[in-house]
Ligand binder design. Structure first.
Ligand code: HPA
Length: 270
């Protein structure tokens, strides 16, 4: 395996970031494919290209920007990770977990993970937002192998944050589905048979991110809220084929509703 010394890398990365901003964010947001418009509402933003940050893993996927944005929503200091790196890009779990470790270094207490996902639940439609209530990890990876703490995760996704999100959605008349997110490695989209299997074991949506990051955040004592943007119906659920373009196009269309939901959740949490 490639030489990847987590602690010394984190030290170099955080020293660099600290030389640019002294902000101490309490909330971190990881933005999924095409959901980048949200950053427009951040006041006094300081944007750092992840390529500038020593030891920071780089993303290669189209539509991914690779930035960390620091700033405030109202008076709340936040850090936003735009352009996550996927497991299939490097095959290295520690690289996809890097933002979580960085967030922990900065003292983040709440993590909002967002992603683009394929809808498996037949009541969903492209453009829906889904509050993640639980997850199925089918990546066959587990980040807890890197840290000693092992506990039973009765609720990986924080119940209080879930109820806040539901209230916010209701009062802003945002349709918010609730469901189980199934995380796979990718990079190929699933077959119809795989989707049927995921449906039978209880998945409502499928995507290629998030599950390992959430396991780690939870083990590090960070409370997690998860929101999926259903960008397409999964293979076999509808007759037409999937493309990455469709995923980013639909995500762009829901940006407004998504940003509203996220902002109002952050305002209500604090
Ligand atoms: N499958 C896996 N990942 C995805 C999908 C999908 O259909 N849509 C967006 N991310």
């Amino acid at each position: 395996m490639e030489n990847f010394n987590l602690n010394s890398n984190l030290l170099e990365s955080t020293q660099y970031i600290n030389s640019i901003t002294r902000i101490k964010p309490k909330i971190a947001v990881i933005l999924g494919s095409g959901l980048g418009d949200f950053v427009e509402i951040i006041k006094n933003r300081i944007s750092i290209n992840t390529r500038e940050i020593p030891k920071y893993p780089i993303s290669t996927v189209v539509g991914h920007k690779g930035k960390i944005i620091f700033g405030k929503i109202d008076k709340i200091p936040v850090m936003i990770f735009q352009g996550r790196i996927h497991f299939y890009e490097t095959g290295n779990l520690e690289k996809i977990l890097y933002p979580i470790y960085i967030a922990k270094e900065f003292g983040v207490k709440i993590l909002v993970v967002t992603n683009a996902a394929g809808g498996i639940n037949r009541h969903y439609k492209p453009g829906d937002l889904m509050l993640i209530t639980d997850q199925i990890n089918l990546t066959f990876e587990n980040p807890l192998k890197f840290i000693p703490k092992q506990s039973y995760n009765t609720s990986l996704y924080d119940p209080n944050l879930i109820s806040i999100a539901l209230k916010v959605a209701k009062s802003n008349r945002i349709l918010l589905q609730q469901g189980v997110y199934c995380g796979v490695k990718g990079p190929s989209y699933e077959t119809a048979a795989e989707i049927e299997m995921f449906r039978r074991i209880g998945a409502d949506a499928v995507g290629m991110s998030t599950v390992n990051e959430v396991l780690l955040a939870n083990a590090l004592g960070i409370r997690v809220l998860g929101i999926s943007c259903i960008t397409n119906m999964s293979t076999g659920i509808l007759p037409q084929k999937l493309s990455h373009n469709e995923v980013t196009e639909v995500a762009k269309l829901v940006n407004y509703t998504f940003s509203l939901l996220l902002t109002e959740c952050i305002r209500t949490i604090t």
